[in-house]
Design a protein around this ligand. Structure first.
Ligand code: GDP
Length: 324
């Protein structure tokens, strides 16, 4: 199948075609990258002329907090509302360690059997930036394939939260019931990224603890400065017992409505696209510096001369820039 046929299939919402298209995008072979570019451009051209309104949601939380259980319950709920949901993962943990967060086939078992759900494990190669870069493109493909909600999951332990927060409309942080005074190793920075906190496992013996945790996070969040139009709420839910899942979706809809009314929604996407372009440009320039035979040597030479103090860093940079 050529890229045009593949693009056409993706646009009809064909899941197999979508899977194939993502594989093409994730490939680092230059020939595949060229094809992937054409494919993406075709999908985007169509998408731009008939914009389908998706919501991009990022979700994070430490391992064991219940992300996959939550995504399964949340996804099934969205399906019951007639929506299509795509779940993507950004996993900075090394594929060598077999740490792919969606690698385990038993995760989201119900959801993965549904026609209107698409689940894609984390790309298995590349640096974080590379993975996130593919995730952005994958997200665009899912949108052009007609998915209403694209959920991007990340493990709440590293840098990936920042990456994911910079590519979604709304960022959710899942928490455990824990009334201890330390905030579960979740850094303050992550709290600042959160558009909402969800205390999961609010069931059984943990219910009252969950309520206390909720109160604690409410006051902690209160101290952080946020956007004017939105105060991040703290919700309770039990993914296991399927309680409070509808409240989470209602809250997301409220957020989307409010951010659209305040022109934040489109503004944020525009800003994200711009930032993405700047970053790509930066990456491409850097790549050229390291790989282009005519520049590589000059680069090494300049590095050496700067070390020896024979050339100033400014002159060296300028000279490299001229060659680029
Ligand atoms: P993840 O690592 O964040 O994806 O977490 P999982 O979804 O795999 O859940 C980790 C464990 O917590 C599993 O044993 C789940 O059954 C359990 N769990 C998830 N959600 C809930 C919940 O709402 N209540 C209770 N009691 N257990 C839950």
């Amino acid at each position: 199948m050529n890229q045009n046929d593949l693009a056409a299939s993706v646009l009809t919402g064909n899941r197999r075609a979508l899977g194939k298209a993502i594989t093409l995008i994730e490939s680092s072979l230059p020939a595949h990258q060229e094809k992937a570019k054409t494919l993406l451009e075709r999908c985007l051209a169509h998408f731009a002329s008939t914009p389908h309104r998706t919501v991009r949601i990022g979700i994070t939380g430490i391992p064991g907090v219940g992300k996959s259980t939550f995504i399964e319950a949340f996804g099934m709920y969205l399906l019951s509302l007639g929506k299509k949901i795509a779940v993507l993962a950004v996993d900075p943990s090394s594929p060598v360690a077999g740490g792919s967060i969606l690698g385990d086939k038993t995760r989201m078992e119900l959801l993965s059997r549904e026609d209107n759900a698409f689940i894609r494990p984390s790309p298995t190669s590349g640096a974080l930036g590379g993975v996130a870069h593919k995730t952005r493109e994958t997200m665009l493909l899912c949108e052009s394939a007609g998915y209403d909600v694209v959920l991007v999951e990340t493990v709440g332990v590293g840098q990936s939260e920042y990456e994911v927060a910079s590519m979604v409309d709304m960022f959710l942080v899942l928490m455990m019931p824990n009334a201890g005074d330390e905030l579960q190793g979740i850094k303050k920075g992550i709290m600042e990224l959160a558009d909402a906190l969800i205390v999961n496992k609010a069931d059984g013996d943990s219910e009252s603890l969950a309520t206390r945790t909720q109160a604690q996070y409410k006051s902690a969040l209160h101290l952080l400065s946020h956007q004017e139009f939105w105060n991040p709420p703290v919700l309770l839910c039990s993914a296991l017992k399927n309680c409070g899942i509808d409240d989470v979706w209602d809250m997301i809809e409220d957020y989307v409505t409010a951010s659209k009314q305040n022109r934040v929604f489109d503004g944020k996407r525009q800003q994200q696209n711009q930032d993405w372009m700047k970053r790509l440009l930066h990456d491409l320039l850097e790549q050229k510096l390291y790989t282009d035979p005519s520049i590589k040597e000059h680069y090494a030479d300049m590095l050496n001369k700067v070390r020896q103090g024979e050339v100033t860093p400014f002159t060296a940079s300028k000279s490299l820039l001229d060659r680029l």
